[in-house]
Design a protein around this ligand. Structure first.
Ligand code: HPA
Ligand code: ZN
Length: 327
């Protein structure tokens, strides 16, 4: 299988990372000092030791706790700049980053504060490290369809800063169909569309079906449960739907997944990419470490990892001119 040095040197594109999930314990402490938050008295090790999860709800509880540290334009700048600096050092040339505006606007942080901080970081990181990045705005699926619509309306002045929309957070009882209206608005505005069909969720096959057939999802984030339904698998293969596979949560939520599922997805002829998801909460497993986990699990060869990396550049929501500079 592929060596560490091969994986480290591989030019990479990341398509599944939540910016709020890149908040490292070290930056949490910096932000806590900035805002006089009690977390300033903890060590990184203490914060990290509280991070364990075994399913989506137990992960989301940790993820939501971190939000209260993100308040000012500078906070969002620091969050995004730190992620881009880190992955530029891992030879990530291009990244599409999810963000969750509703987790901030519902606390009174203006949409504009979030998007201007992230935008300034993206431009500075491109200047400083040559990394190109774009934003994918996610809707929080346990919040109402009306809230998602309001959020899309708030985003209208900033649509040139947003390449696509996604759907994340608590999937139980919150099918893609709940958001049909806002996804239609996004498509009409020319945005790309993806959504989470998370690991082993209730009604997962119906959620995958809705994503692919009813909501116009161009990709599936996670989407592992496609393996159990031949007709969905056939459709995903024929449409060459990219799957954004995330080895760390695979391991945490579905033990053995990296051994069995990654090989099964490849054997089924599906188009997969390898991604980090929420590295700040996942033992700082960024894309390089995620690729090593995938390699260790599925015994991936250099040829397979190169093909997986090319899948990500091919699936990226960029123009053909830019794509040709990567491929
Ligand atoms: N799934 C659902 N919601 C999320 C995730 C995820 O992987 N990361 C952050 N919010
Ligand atoms: Zn995710």
């Amino acid at each position: 299988s592929a060596s560490d040095t091969f994986i480290e040197a591989l030019p990479k594109a990341e398509l599944h990372v939540h910016l709020e999930g890149t908040l490292e314990p070290g930056l949490k402490i910096v932000l806590a000092r900035r805002h006089g938050h009690p977390l300033q008295n903890r060590t990184e090790e203490e914060i990290r030791s509280g991070y364990s999860f075994h399913d989506l709800p137990s992960f989301l509880a940790l993820y939501y706790e971190g939000m209260e540290l993100l308040n000012t334009e500078q906070d969002f700048y620091d969050l995004c700049y730190a992620y881009l600096k880190k992955v530029a050092s891992q030879n990530v040339l291009y990244t599409e980053m999810f963000f969750d505006p509703q987790l901030h606007t519902r606390r009174g942080v203006p949409f504009r504060t979030v998007i201007t901080g992230l935008g300034r970081a993206r431009r500075d990181a491109e200047k400083d490290f040559g990394i190109h990045s774009q934003l994918v705005m996610c809707f929080i699926r346990e919040m109402s369809a009306e809230s998602a619509d309001e959020t899309f309306t708030q985003a209208l002045p900033y649509l040139s800063e947003i390449v696509g929309v996604g759907l994340d957070s608590d999937e139980k009882g919150n099918p893609p169909a709940k958001f049909a209206h806002v996804f239609q608005r996004a498509r009409d505005a020319g945005l790309h569309v993806t959504m989470h069909c998370d690991i082993d969720q209730e009604n997962t096959h119906e959620h995958i079906r809705q994503a692919l057939e009813d909501l116009g999802s161009e990709r599936l984030d996670h989407g592992l449960n496609v393996l159990e339904k031949p007709e969905l698998l056939k459709q995903a293969r024929e449409r060459r739907i990219p799957f954004t596979v995330c080895p760390f949560p695979n391991m945490a939520i579905r033990p053995g997944s990296n051994e069995k599922d990654i090989r099964a997805l490849l054997d089924a002829g599906l188009t997969i990419t390898i991604n980090s998801d929420d590295p700040g909460y996942m033992q700082s497993v960024y894309i390089t470490e995620a690729m090593k986990m995938a390699r260790d699990g599925a015994q991936l060869t250099p040829e397979e990892l190169l093909a997986i990396s090319r899948n990500a550049f091919n699936a990226a929501w960029i123009g053909e001119g830019e794509r040709s500079t990567y491929l």
